[in-house]
Design a protein around this ligand. Structure first.
Ligand SMILES: CC(C)(COP(=O)(O)OP(=O)(O)OC[C@H]1O[C@@H](n2cnc3c(N)ncnc32)[C@H](O)[C@@H]1OP(=O)(O)O)[C@@H](O)C(=O)NCCC(=O)NCCSC(=O)/C=C/c1ccc(O)cc1
Length: 373
């Protein structure tokens, strides 16, 4: 095992353990990591001696998203197509994981954001712990929840996905389990024993893996400030079911004010108006689309975001949050009303002279994967 590589590979009889290994950057996904993961996942699918894949992160994060610093460099050099290539490969990896023919377990013992969700939530088994912090923070960066998030967020109960995707709200392990983003929860002290037991698996039957995980899982209590308590969920459903972002904010403002309401309104007012509007439409369209269609649509959207032909908020968001760190982005358009429907519409059209995303053909899909197409 080459300890310097960005993805560590351990072979334990029929099991392969892949560890994202850029702990200083919170395992943010580089182009190299995405290519390597894609190569490994495809190879394991063809290799009959591999029955189960485990994915985890080195250090305090599972994965804090795509490596945003690399993108800023590419866009700064005026080359949005380099960024587009990154996303094309990333979405391809997300698609292969979503339709994978062998069981995959993601151990989410730390930060899981953006692209980190994309390399875990599509798989059948996601283990949360007391250290898990989940978020889709793209709207404050001038981006939108991608990596197939319009597929998985739109399938969360009620309008919880709209809430998570538009506000970038943070969820803990108990919240993730409650809403279905995680399938199991255990204290991190039990992970070593669980991993050892999983390494003895000699079958690709998901019920075998499931039985092991079920024996370890616990039912954590939701924290007092969790958004998954019934009263808050009712407010989320009342407000985030709004047809437009303006209607969502107006509905929140009509609710009796409390900490949760003011935090939520503040988060929406901080985000890029363009991002909010395209994110809402993306999640709404995602409800009726398969995972491949969601990723293809998101690819068109991200090409517009990178090209900056409708709004340049992504460059501005990266400047304000990551480069100058003044946390004071000057969004353009600045107000929600200035982000017209026809501008939103443009994000969903193919970018001129840019091909649509080509997803790989998949074969011998298990029923679970077929259902996502
Ligand atoms: C809340 C975090 C996760 C932890 O905060 P912290 O505990 O105070 O830790 P630091 O913020 O000090 O992070 C430690 C180091 O990791 C680095 N890092 C932490 N996330 C990252 C990161 N996504 N990238 C690249 N360095 C990072 C971060 O810059 C820092 O590096 P350094 O200043 O050199 O010590 C914070 O780092 C944070 O907000 N990170 C960004 C989360 C985020 O917005 N994720 C990405 C959503 S967008 C996405 O996935 C797609 C992006 C993308 C877009 C276009 C592309 O072409 C390619 C990719």
């Amino acid at each position: 095992m080459a300890s310097h590589s960005q993805v560590l590979v351990e072979e334990k009889s029929s099991v392969r353990i892949l560890t994202l290994n850029r702990p200083k950057q919170l395992n943010a996904l580089s182009f190299q990591m995405i290519s390597r993961l894609l190569q490994l996942f495809l190879a394991y699918e063809e290799d009959p001696s591999v029955k189960l894949v485990i994915l985890k992160g080195q250090g305090r994060a599972f994965c804090a998203g795509g490596d945003v610093s690399a993108v800023v460099r590419d866009i700064g050099q005026g080359n949005w197509r380099l960024g587009a290539k990154f996303f094309a490969d990333e979405y391809m990896l997300n698609y292969v994981m979503a339709t994978y023919t062998k069981p995959q377990v993601s151990i989410l013992n730390g930060i899981v954001m953006g692209g980190g969700a994309g390399v875990s939530v599509h798989g059948p088994f996601r283990i949360a712990t007391q250290n898990t912090v989940f978020a889709m923070p793209e709207t404050v960066l001038g981006l939108f929840p991608d990596v197939g998030a319009s597929y998985f967020l739109s399938r969360l109960p009620g309008f919880f996905g709209e809430y998570v995707g538009l506000t970038g709200a943070r969820l803990d392990g108990a919240d993730m389990l409650a809403c279905g983003l995680a399938t199991h929860y255990l204290p991190s002290t039990r992970l070593t024993a669980l991993e050892a037991e999983l390494c003895r698996v000699d079958s690709s039957d998901p019920t075998v893996v499931s039985a092991i995980l079920d024996a370890y899982t616990q039912n954590p209590h939701l924290k007092q400030q969790s958004a998954y308590h019934r009263q808050v969920l009712d407010v989320i459903d009342r407000c985030f079911s709004g047809r437009t972002v303006e209607e969502i904010i107006a509905a929140l403002e009509r609710e009796a004010s409390d900490d949760w309401i003011s935090t939520t309104i503040r988060a929406l007012k901080k985000a890029s108006p363009a991002s909010l509007k395209i994110s809402l439409r993306s999640i709404r369209e995602g409800r009726l689309q398969g995972v491949g269609q969601c990723l293809s649509r998101e690819y068109r959207m991200v090409c517009h975001v990178l090209k900056g032909d409708i709004s340049k908020d992504f460059v501005e968001g990266c400047r304000a949050i990551l480069i100058d760190k003044d946390k004071n982005p000057k969004w353009e358009p600045w107000r929600l009303e200035e982000m017209k429907d026809r501008m939103v519409e443009q994000y969903f059209k193919r970018v001129e002279e840019e091909e649509d995303l080509k997803l790989p053909a998949r074969k011998n899909l298990p029923a679970l994967a077929m259902a996502k197409l």
